[in-house]
Design a protein around this ligand. Structure first.
Ligand code: PGA
Length: 251
């Protein structure tokens, strides 16, 4: 059985106080109950990780939004997987399209990040997805295949089994445009098939593949209903506890 996951990517939002308050609201609302088998993860900014770990119940996962390619050293401004793990966080988002685009993170670098996250017992939430140009040119499957093959180069089956994948079409992120349920299912089944080719069908069937891109309470249900969609990576709507929990309750 694969896990159903709703993860909130807060991006560069909330002051520490606002973040602690939001985490408290998420925890309180989650305690009212979630559909069976659904797990929540929140990914606040680095500065909030320690404080939020103390607020969240163990049942809610904590994630960073990025990590460095090395464990320590002269890399001013970077935060390592080892440091993230020391806060009590269990996950790290790797390869978000904003990192790929604005910070020019290469597939090679992301592959290093995946490996260093795993070495520090963090579960990577690995993002992939095509931009509008690539979608319109009809090369979106090739783009995503490349991102996955390069991002996971050198990972054995045991390591790969710890990975969570998030398919996030760039044209749907923060734009209010969501992929149609058919587009999401088509890409998710393509990704699962690829995992099957790279590893095997058992691994493919246990890999959680989340959808991300303008997911909100009004459209989550029709997206989550698809057989290969195992949840969502939620940006904007995760900044409101009611909306975030409503999305989690769409299962
Ligand atoms: P969005 O962001 O929900 O605001 O579109 C999703 C993401 O970037 O993870």
């Amino acid at each position: 059985m694969r896990r159903k996951i709703v993860a909130g990517n807060w991006k560069m939002n909330t002051t520490l106080n606002d973040g602690l308050r939001l985490a408290g609201e998420v925890k309180e609302d989650a305690e009212k109950g979630l559909p069976e088998g659904v797990s929540l993860i929140v990914a606040p900014p680095f500065t909030h990780l320690t404080g939020i770990r103390e607020i969240l119940a163990d049942s809610i996962g904590l994630s960073a939004q990025n990590c460095a390619t090395d464990d320590s050293g002269a890399f001013t401004g970077e935060v390592s997987a080892k440091m993230i793990a020391s806060t009590g966080a269990e996950y790290v988002i790797i390869g978000h399209s904003e990192r790929r685009l604005f910070f020019r993170e290469s597939d090679k670098e992301l592959n290093k990040k995946v490996k260093i996250a795993l070495a520090n017992d963090l579960t990577p939430i690995f993002c992939c997805g095509e931009n509008l140009h690539e979608r319109e040119k009809g090369i979106y499957k090739e783009v995503v295949r490349n991102q996955i093959e390069l991002g996971f180069t050198g990972l054995n089956e045991d390591d790969f089994r710890k990975i969570i994948i998030a398919y996030e079409p760039v044209w749907a992120i923060g734009t209010g445009k969501t992929a149609t349920p058919e587009q999401a299912q088509d890409m998710h089944s393509f990704i699962r098939d690829l995992v099957k080719k790279l590893y095997n069908s058992d691994t493919a069937s246990t890999t959680s593949i989340l959808y991300g891109g303008s997911c909100k309470p009004s459209n989550a249900r029709e997206i989550f209903e698809n057989s290969d969609v195992d949840g969502g990576l939620i940006g904007g709507a995760s900044l409101n506890a009611d909306d975030f929990l409503a999305i989690a309750r769409s299962f």
